[in-house]
Design a protein. Structure first.
Length: 490
């Protein structure tokens, strides 16, 4: 009786541990899609994998049995955690070690579940920012300049950049579209005024961003022409003929044919000979005589001292005293060798100012030698009988290398004769055209100061005309060779 009681207690303790241990050490996990909760053995002693009502897959394992002595004569209390003592019908007890796992999940089939399709990322709409430079441009009428586009792309691809003028009567653009980086267009001034030029960046067939520049068109710049004349300089030779100068109203060439039938030869010794202004189409001379020589002048300098030495001793020199007017040269003075010779002493009298017009009638011929002074021409100088009359002015520097300028007053529009300045020849700041018929020589440069404003579009500001009749009346004493005979020791 006693034995049955003990055995019953041992069986009760066994079931107690079967219930208690899983509850004390539960491990469970949800099987992934495509996997099933299936049994797996350890030493063929599986406690099975089971699917619980909550979908979890649960398992517990135990070791093969081993015989141990429990802490009492009766089986039923655990010797160590997770170890149960179970009676096997004797005074010894069998011990089981329990383990919990979650690797009960296995693929439900050999074919893996299909991969989930990712949600596509939407393609962003094309975007950009653009900068049209310069923000403000100034161009002369008949001239051209360049606008440049800088594009920053947010997304997408630039196909082209389109350009448009707000007023094509003021500004023309070309090209209207550019598909090559760097995107550019040329703007040409058509008439004085202000307008805008717009740049549209085309992406996927439409404009995605745009910018504008303000374009101010001003009058064409001044330029100059020569007729039937050679031009020689050891520097650059530039006359910016605007694109507005077109035939028949205006001939866009630097050198025009004169009475001799030829335009003359321009020669330059500098780096540049340019007869264009932006969109202009100027040439050196009229076709077919588009002559241009890249050549420096290395000959003799015909300065004041040269001409002074050429004057014979028997020539009567008329000394000038202020005031000097045009009438001074029109009449009076003692002629010598067919010319009336005048001298101005700048060292004593300072600069020379000629007031009023010089009108030489008939065969009156005048030579003015101004030494060490600047000469200002305040009136016209005209030969009333071309081929008979003559006027020549030679202006020299002083002993310090200063002075020697010929200065044309802004009110003067026409002079005739031969004018030689050891320093500069200045045409005067004015808005009226200046004409010089004859020859102009300035060893320190000819300074072109006229600006006709709106009339620059079709009219040169200065015109220099070669005059063969003036050369024909040139004093012979200046063309003679001076030979000095002197006996020397053998």
């Amino acid at each position: 009786m006693r034995t049955r009681t003990i055995a019953a207690f041992g069986i009760l303790a066994f079931f107690f541990f079967l219930w208690f241990i899983p509850k004390k050490f539960p491990v469970s996990a949800q099987c992934a899609p495509g996997w099933s909760c299936v049994g797996r053995t350890r030493f063929d002693q599986a406690m099975a994998c089971e699917r619980r009502s909550n979908g979890r897959c649960y398992t517990r394992w135990r070791q093969p049995p081993s015989t141990i002595q429990c802490s009492s004569l009766t089986c039923g209390s655990g010797a160590i955690p997770n170890t149960a003592c179970v009676s096997n019908g004797s005074l010894s007890c069998t011990s089981y070690n329990y383990y919990t796992y979650t690797n009960c999940c296995e693929r439900s089939s050999s074919t893996p579940p299909p991969a989930s399709t990712p949600t596509p990322t939407p393609t962003p709409a094309p975007s950009c920012t653009v900068n049209l430079t310069p923000d403000t441009a100034t161009v002369q009428a008949g001239s051209a300049s360049t606008l440049t586009v800088s594009v920053t792309v947010g997304s997408g691809t630039v196909t082209q950049v389109n350009f448009a003028s707000g007023n094509s009567g003021i500004v023309e653009v070309s090209p209207l579209s550019d598909s090559t980086v760097v995107y550019q267009t040329q703007i040409e001034g058509e008439s004085v005024g202000s307008t805008t030029v717009r740049a549209d960046v085309i992406m996927s067939g439409i404009s995605r961003c745009n910018d504008t520049s303000t374009v101010n068109v001003i009058n064409a710049g001044p330029w100059w022409q020569v007729i039937d004349a050679d031009v020689t300089t050891n520097g650059d030779l530039i006359s910016s003929i605007p694109g507005t100068c077109t035939l028949p109203a205006c001939n866009p060439v630097f050198g025009l044919r004169g009475a001799g039938g030829f335009p003359g030869v321009p020669a330059y010794g500098g780096a540049t000979a340019d007869f264009l202004s932006g969109a202009g189409t100027g040439n050196a001379a009229e076709t077919p005589y588009n002559w241009l020589a890249a050549s420096r002048y290395l000959g003799r300098t015909y300065d004041y001292a040269f001409f002074e030495r050429q004057i014979p001793d028997d020539v009567v020199i008329n000394e000038l005293t202020p005031p000097v007017t045009g009438g001074t040269f029109n009449s009076g003075g003692a002629p010598s060798r067919g010319y009336v010779w005048y001298h101005w002493d700048g060292a004593t009298l300072g600069d020379l100012i000629i007031t009023g017009n010089v009108n030489l009638v008939g065969s009156r011929r005048v030579v003015l030698m101004a030494e060490g002074a600047n000469v200002t021409i305040n009136g016209r100088i005209q030969l009333q009988s071309p081929g008979q009359g003559f006027f020549m002015m030679v202006v020299g520097k002083d002993g310090s290398g200063l002075k020697g300028d010929i200065l044309v007053d802004p009110s003067v529009d026409n002079i005739e004769g031969i004018f030689l300045a050891e320093s500069e020849f200045k045409t005067g700041i004015a808005s009226t055209q200046f004409n010089a018929r004859g020859s102009v020589v300035a060893y320190d440069g000819v300074v072109l100061e006229r600006d006709l404003g709106a009339s620059n579009a079709n009219t040169p500001a200065e015109v220099f005309i070669y005059a063969p009749d003036i050369i024909a009346t040139f004093p012979s004493v200046f063309t003679q060779r001076r030979i000095r005979w002197k006996e020397v020791a053998p």
